[in-house]
Structure formats: structure tokens, C-alpha cells
Design a protein around this ligand. Structure first.
Ligand code: SF4
Ligand code: SF4
Length: 320
């Protein structure tokens, strides 16, 4: 009994040190018992079953998420969802003599290094106590909304206090009980009630009926991030403005007024690098790229998406 009490006290101290250290780095965190992973899975399945998510979108999601992750951790475990501020990047390319500017949405920059930094931080505290943390492939926006970390706007973006939608989310599994932050209804920001600016700004009509419906297959984020197919004829050339994804509904949102101007510059791709991207084949591999181009693409968080880059860049250079 005494040993149990001591273990619980040590667990509480470890969890509290982890949360304090994550907070000291400017990251916001919410926690839930790992058993909530089953609730996330049921909720996503119910979106599919009620027609709010298409079969194709559901299949794509299942490729990205792993709802069985907690089984790797016997005993009590927690899920943590963390948010860090993130900025838009302004990239420029040089197609011959022309300079072509494109944005990279905040979700891409540092998307791998943020998770690695959180794991490094957690492991430095948990490792010496024989505990572990690992990244979890879970629906991060839904998890953030359910734990009260974020609200989900009509544009389907996650809004975190003090960061707006200019944030990056990461989910993590830890073999330690953390304080339970509760499991609330996924709420909209109250500002959405009388707004609709995102729906008006969306060029493709993906947002519909006051944000009640989202046509995933019409969203540019799907077209340029999630499929390697040529862009459909109905996707007008003028809509393309981002190297990856789309920011029209984010740029229009009044909740982001304080954050959208905080843009990071670069990298800049010289004419040779621009041409090298445009001429990449579908089998292009990181190792085939000149080191400087490889580094710039890695800096953008796009190393694993090389096969999409020539098509996306061509849409931008054709438009310019
Ligand atoms: S643009 Fe308006 S409706 Fe859309 S997410 Fe922002 S506040 Fe909500
Ligand atoms: S990301 Fe672009 S295409 Fe998708 S809903 Fe927003 S504005 Fe529309």
C-alpha cells in the first residue's frame, strides 16, 4: 500500500514537471486518459456513418491515424495534445527571369521538428524514471477540441487561445497518468455565429451551408496535398496561391487578425532549383537532390511530399 502511494506521488510529480516544462517553452497542453482514443475512433466513424465524411476521406484518414497505439503501452497511459504558435512562410521561386511568390501555410513549417522537440522534452524528464513518450497518430484537431485546447471554426481550422489558427498541433502518448482535462463538446468559436467570411473567401465552394457542410473533395488542401492526380478542370488556375494547401479561408478570418501578418521569409529557390523541382519525376527521392535544394525542401517540411511538388509549382508558375 505504501509502495502504491509512493508510486502515485512520484507519477504526479513527474506529470507536473512535464506540464511545467512544456508550458515554459510556450506550448499549450491538454491531457486525457488513453482510453479516450476509443471515443475518438467512434466519433470519426460516426462522421462517416452519418454522411458528414465521405468514404474516400474516411479511408484517407485511416491511413494517417492509428487508433491502436495505446496497446503498445500496458498500464495507465495518457494522451497529450500540444499546440505551438506557427507562422506562414513566404517562399519565392524563379521561373526563368520571373519571380513567383507562394505561401506555405503555418501547418507545414517545423511540423516534424515540433513533435520531435516535445518528445525530447518529455523524454528528458520521463526517461530517467523509466517512463516513455511517443508521438501518436490521432485526429489532433478533434482531440484538441474535445480536451478544450481548441475550438473548431466553420473553416475546419483549430483555434487556440493566444495563437488563433496559426498553430501547430501534436498528439503524444505517455505511459503515465496525467491530470484529466475532461472531454467536452467540440465547440465553435462564438465569433463564427455572425461571420461566414471564410465561406465567402473559399474559391472552390468547399465550405457550404454556413460551415455545416464541408466538401472535402473540393478543398484545395485535398487537391494539392492528398492526391497526386492532375488538378481537375473545374479548379481554376487563379485559385492556386500556396505551394501546399490553401490559406484563403484562414486569411479571411477575423479571429486571426493579430497573427496573419507574422510571416517568415524563405526559403528562396533560385532558377536552377525551381527548374529542378518542376522536372522532378514521380519517383524523385531526397537522395537524388542537390544538398542545398534538399535542405530547403526539408526546411519547408515537404521532404516526404516530393511527388506533389512539380504539379503544385507548375500551377503557380503557369498562373504568374
Ligand atoms: S472566418 Fe468567421 S466564420 Fe469562418 S472560422 Fe473565422 S470567425 Fe468563424
Ligand atoms: S482551404 Fe481553401 S479550398 Fe479549402 S475550404 Fe479553405 S478556402 Fe476553401
Amino acid at each position: 500500500m505504501e509502495g502504491d502511494a509512493r508510486t502515485k506521488r512520484m507519477d504526479r510529480e513527474l506529470a507536473s514537471r512535464c506540464l511545467a516544462e512544456l508550458g515554459a517553452r510556450g506550448w499549450k497542453v491538454r491531457c486525457a486518459p488513453a482510453g479516450r482514443i476509443g471515443d475518438l475512433e467512434s466519433e470519426i466513424r460516426s462522421l462517416r456513418d452519418t454522411g458528414k465524411m465521405s468514404e474516400a476521406h474516411y479511408a484517407l484518414c485511416l491511413d494517417c491515424w492509428d487508433f491502436s497505439a495505446a496497446r503498445a503501452f500496458p498500464g495507465p497511459a495518457s494522451i497529450l495534445v500540444a499546440a505551438s504558435p506557427s507562422r506562414t512562410r513566404r517562399l519565392d521561386f524563379h521561373a526563368g527571369a520571373r519571380r513567383v511568390e507562394a505561401v506555405l501555410p503555418p501547418i507545414f513549417a517545423e511540423r516534424f521538428s515540433f513533435k520531435a522537440s516535445v518528445i525530447e522534452c518529455l523524454s528528458s524528464i520521463l526517461g530517467p524514471a523509466g517512463r516513455h513518450a511517443s508521438p501518436a497518430r490521432l485526429p489532433e484537431k478533434l482531440l484538441a477540441a474535445r480536451t478544450g485546447l481548441a475550438r473548431i471554426g466553420r473553416n475546419r481550422l483549430a483555434y487556440v487561445d493566444g495563437m488563433g489558427s496559426y498553430c501547430r498541433l501534436g498528439a503524444f502518448l505517455v505511459d503515465l497518468p496525467f491530470p484529466d482535462d475532461g472531454w467536452e463538446e467540440a465547440l465553435r468559436p462564438s465569433a463564427c455565429a455572425d461571420c461566414g467570411a471564410c465561406e465567402r473567401a473559399c474559391p472552390s465552394g468547399a465550405l457550404k451551408q454556413g460551415g455545416e457542410r464541408f466538401d472535402h473533395d473540393r478543398c484545395l488542401c485535398y487537391l494539392n496535398e492528398e492526391t497526386a492526380e492532375p488538378f481537375p478542370a473545374w479548379a481554376e488556375g487563379a485559385w492556386h496561391h500556396a505551394f501546399m494547401g490553401c490559406m484563403r479561408c484562414q486569411e479571411a478570418c477575423p479571429l486571426d487578425a493579430a497573427y496573419r501578418g507574422l510571416v517568415e521569409e524563405g526559403p528562396s529557390f533560385d532558377p536552377g532549383e525551381t527548374e529542378a523541382i518542376l522536372s522532378m519525376g514521380p519517383e524523385a527521392a531526397e537522395g537524388d537532390l542537390p544538398p542545398s535544394l534538399r535542405e530547403k525542401i526539408a526546411e519547408c517540411g515537404l521532404s516526404k511530399l516530393l511527388f506533389l511538388l512539380p504539379r503544385n509549382l507548375k500551377a503557380l508558375t503557369d498562373k504568374a
